[in-house]
Design a protein around this ligand. Sequence first.
Ligand SMILES: Nc1nc2c(ncn2[C@@H]2O[C@H](COP(=O)(O)OP(=O)(O)O)[C@@H](O)[C@H]2O)c(=O)[nH]1
Ligand SMILES: [Mg+2]
Length: 198
Amino acid sequence: MENTLVIKNATLETVCGITSKLPENTLPEFAFAGKSNVGKSSLINGLLNRKSLARISSQPGKTQTINFYNINSELYFVDLPGYGYAKVSKEVKEKWGKMIERYLTSSEELRCVFLLIDIRHEPSKNDREMYDWIVYNGFDPVIIATKLDKIKRSQKDKQIKIIKQTLNAKPGTKIFPYSAVTKQGKDEILSFISSMIS
Ligand SMILES: Nc1nc2c(ncn2[C@@H]2O[C@H](COP(=O)(O)OP(=O)(O)O)[C@@H](O)[C@H]2O)c(=O)[nH]1
Ligand SMILES: [Mg+2]
């Protein structure tokens, strides 16, 4: 069997606000980005077998923090603040951008940035900007197409194609369809993470 990542323990270790100093972690980091409501908290909880370690937000756009989850004292999951929430001010959006930029440019241990896209929809302008921004900072974004249970199986390939085309994704870009409801895709994502640290 392929190697996988067995979650033995997971704790929220560091929460960084707009002005906090980022931790100088020495374990590999895997970051998760995406617009608010895309299913980021649900994905993190699902991967970690936890119901609500990463809060599933009833108030989208509220959490403007970067959260570091220590997994097995082996690696970190880094939950980046969600973007694209219409009701936040321009000022907050700018601060948000600076905060993510600061993280992407300063982390010494960032191995991979996952970009979450709702499998039902064509990626937005914000999604495309985020994709380009990750590339600009020297990473190959790995796409997680969320809410797989919300489409018919027959639509999957077409939606994946639309996502890749709209993001203008580089050939060979990895894309993992995932459902927080059925947990489809979970093993593939954990195996991929495991392969990145071994
Ligand atoms: N059907 C379905 N709903 C999902 C899935 N992932 C997230 N959701 C729902 O989408 C909403 C936003 O999820 P959340 O994880 O808080 O998104 P976040 O804002 O990106 O952290 C919640 O109502 C979740 O229950 C999924 O895979 N399938
Ligand atoms: Mg969330």
